[in-house]
Ligand binder design. Structure first.
Ligand SMILES: C[S@@+](CC[C@H](N)C(=O)[O-])C[C@H]1O[C@@H](n2cnc3c(N)ncnc32)[C@H](O)[C@@H]1O
Length: 252
């Protein structure tokens, strides 16, 4: 389901960026970012946060790594380096990065706890690790029976692919356990329908084959979903994003 071999992947990545970039950049703006910082963007997707970091660290360097770099533009900034790699197999030099950011990536990894420890080890003394992951709200509490079915299938297909869409709750404790200091966290409620009509359309379109294969959702349901999105009274909260960040001790 999460393979990048469909044209709809670009729409999905842009939809994610559109929906959470402001939340993410508000968090980043709260950090004492310096123009000289070396940054690492794990699972960079379509690149909006890597580009933001490159703009804000013009005298530093930004590495944007992803399994699939087709949606990344290395020509966007001279201090931007694109790497096509699996982050679970990368071995950066310990103490390299002043800021490491990841969004909606760790939930898909089987060794996600270990990945937090590895990323923490790549931080320079005083460097910041920011991880943002989805936290699914219970599908059966949606006020819309159709959305209960769609979200049940959606969450089921992610689980089938090994994703943990509630792991995000562990993030603050995990950062602290990995000796990060100044641990803080924030949440951002997702929208389905309402003013964000189109936000979930690309996500459901992208997931449609898996939803149908689950047997929990029919073609008629997907057609009805497209109609529901036109209804101004259709507003739901399917998921939230939990972001947590912390700082490597500066005296190591
Ligand atoms: C849901 S997208 C999020 C993209 C971006 N972080 C954002 O929030 O806009 C997940 C991204 O992580 C990448 N990814 C997943 N597993 C990865 C791995 N093991 N190594 C590198 N990238 C990975 C995918 O290719 C995809 O671009």
């Amino acid at each position: 389901m999460l393979g990048n071999d469909e044209p709809r992947e670009r729409d999905r990545l842009e939809s994610i960026q559109h929906s959470v970039d402001t939340f993410t950049t508000n968090i980043l703006q709260g950090l004492p970012i310096r123009s000289t910082w070396n940054c690492l963007e794990l699972g960079a997707g379509a690149g909006s946060i890597a580009y933001w970091l490159a703009d804000h660290c013009p005298d530093g360097h930004v590495v944007a790594v992803d399994l699939d770099t087709r949606h990344l533009d290395g020509g966007r900034a001279t201090n931007l380096e694109i790497q096509e790699a699996d982050i679970t197999r990368q071995d950066y030099t310990p103490g390299t990065f002043d800021l490491i950011h990841a969004r909606y990536v760790f939930c898909h990894l089987s060794d996600r706890d270990e990945m937090v420890a590895r990323a923490a080890g790549w931080l320079s003394p005083g460097g910041w690790l920011i991880i943002e992951e989805p936290y699914d709200l219970p599908a059966d509490t949606s006020p819309f029976p159709l959305i209960q079915r769609i979200l049940t299938a959606y969450q089921h297909s992610y689980r089938q692919n090994g994703a943990d869409m509630t792991w995000a709750r562990r993030l603050p404790a995990l950062l602290a356990r990995n000796t990060l200091t100044e641990v803080a966290f924030a949440g951002n409620l997702g929208h389905m329908g309402g003013l964000e009509k189109d936000r979930w359309r690309p996500l459901i379109d992208r997931a449609a084959p898996a939803l149908l294969a689950s047997g929990l959702v029919t073609d008629a349901d997907l057609t009805e979903f497209a109609e529901l999105l036109k209804d101004p009274a259709f507003i739901d909260i399917p998921q939230m994003t939990i972001s947590a960040w912390g700082r490597s001790p500066s005296d190591i």
